[in-house]
Design a binder for this molecule. Structure first.
Ligand code: F6P
Length: 325
C-alpha cells in the first residue's frame, strides 16, 4: 500500500466499451485487498461534477465481469473540457477525500485525467474504447468484443448479399480511426475496406473492382466503410447508379458498443485494473496503463496529449495547486 494514498476514486467515461465492468471490478477488488478505500463515481466526469460518489465494497462489483456497458454509468461531459470544469473536478475529488483517481475510458477521458493531475490530484488512466485509437497502447478494452460483433454482422449480411447478388456496404464505428474497419474487413474477407488511413477517395477504383468481380462470377461484393470516410447511404446510391447493381448500406452503429465482453476483453480489463493498483502501490502515479508486446506497463499520462496547446495548458498549471471554486 502507498502511504500517501488511502482512498481511490474510480470512474468510467466517454463511450462505453465492453469490458469496462471487468476493469471496475479488478480496480475495486485489488484496491480493497491492498487496504485502500474505493469510491465509485457515477456517470463519468459529469457525475463527478455533480458529486455522484459512493463507497464501493467487494460485493458492489460482484456479478459484473460478464456484463456489457458500465454499471457505474458514463457520459460525455462538455464542462470537463473547460478549465473551470477541471478546477471543479479536482476540488470535488479533494472534498471527498479521494487521493487518486483511476479513469477508465478513451482518449478524451484520459486527457480529462491528465488535466486533473495538473491540478495536483494523482491519477491513473486505463484505456477503454472500441476504437482502439489511444496512441500509446497496443490495446484498448472493448475492441475485441466490438470487432467480433461487427464480424458476426458482416457474415450475416454476406448471406443475404450473395442471395440477392447485391453490393453491400457495412459501415462500422471507430471515430477517426480505421482499426475496426480494417480488422473486420480482413477477418470477414471483404472485397474492399475504406478507412481514412488507406483510402484516397477514388470511387472509380471501387466501381472497377465491383465490375471485375461480377465478371468473375462473384455473387456478392462486401465493402466495409469506416464511419469517418463518409455517408454509406450516399455511397450506395452512387455505386448503384454507376454500376447498375443493386447496392445496400447497413450502418452497424451502437450495437458494436454493447454485448457481453469477449474473453480477451475480460482478461485485458482485469490485467489493466490490477496493474493500475500496482502502480499506485509503488508510487508510480500519473500514468496510463498500456499494453506493449502484451505486457502491461505504466506510461506517463501526458503521452495521451496530442496537441501543443493541450500540453501548454497542462504545463501552465502549478501541479501542486488545487483551485477552489
Ligand atoms: O468512441 C466510441 C464511439 O462509439 C465511436 O466509435 C463513435 O464515433 C462515437 O463513440 C459515438 O459517440 P456517441 O456515443 O457520443 O454518439
Amino acid at each position: 500500500m502507498n502511504g500517501e494514498i488511502k482512498t481511490i476514486g474510480v470512474l468510467t467515461s466517454g463511450g462505453d466499451a465492453p469490458g469496462m465492468n471487468a476493469a471496475v471490478r479488478a480496480v475495486t477488488r485489488t484496491a480493497i485487498t491492498h487496504g485502500y478505500i474505493v469510491k465509485g463515481i457515477r456517470r463519468g466526469y459529469h457525475g463527478l461534477l455533480k458529486e455522484e460518489i459512493e463507497e464501493l465494497n467487494s460485493k458492489s462489483v460482484s456479478d459484473i465481469i460478464h456484463r456489457g456497458g458500465t454499471v457505474l454509468g458514463t457520459a460525455r461531459s462538455k464542462s470537463m473540457m473547460t478549465p473551470e470544469g477541471q478546477d471543479r473536478a479536482a476540488y470535488i475529488l479533494k472534498k471527498h477525500g479521494i487521493d487518486c483517481l483511476v479513469a477508465i475510458g478513451g482518449d478524451g477521458s484520459l486527457k480529462g485525467a491528465a488535466s486533473i493531475m495538473a491540478r495536483g490530484i494523482p491519477v491513473i488512466g486505463i484505456p477503454a474504447t472500441i476504437d482502439m485509437d489511444v496512441a500509446c497502447t497496443e490495446y484498448t478494452i472493448g475492441f475485441d468484443t466490438a470487432v467480433n460483433t461487427a464480424l458476426d454482422a458482416l457474415d450475416k449480411i454476406r448471406d443475404t448479399s450473395a442471395s440477392h447478388e447485391r453490393v453491400s456496404i457495412i459501415e462500422v464505428m471507430g471515430r477517426g480511426a480505421g482499426y475496426i474497419a480494417l480488422w473486420v474487413g480482413l477477418a470477414g474477407g471483404a472485397e474492399d475496406v475504406l478507412a481514412r488511413e488507406t483510402y484516397d477517395g477514388n470511387e472509380q477504383v471501387i466501381v472497377d473492382h465491383i465490375i471485375e468481380n461480377r465478371a468473375l462470377g462473384k455473387r456478392h461484393h462486401i465493402i466495409v466503410n469506416a464511419e469517418s470516410v463518409g455517408d454509406s447511404e450516399e455511397l450506395a446510391k452512387r455505386i448503384e447508379t454507376v454500376t447498375g447493381i443493386e447496392t445496400r448500406a447497413t450502418i452497424l452503429g451502437y450495437l458494436q458498443r454493447g454485448g457481453s465482453p469477449t474473453c480477451r476483453d475480460r482478461v485485458a480489463a482485469s490485467v489493466f485494473g490490477e496493474k493500475a493498483i500496482e502502480l499506485i502501490d509503488k508510487g508510480e502515479l500519473n500514468k496510463v496503463v498500456v499494453f506493449r508486446g502484451n505486457v502491461p506497463l505504466g506510461e506517463d499520462i501526458r503521452t495521451v496529449i496530442t496537441s501543443e496547446q493541450e500540453m501548454t495548458d497542462l504545463e501552465y498549471l502549478n501541479p501542486r495547486k488545487l483551485v477552489r471554486t
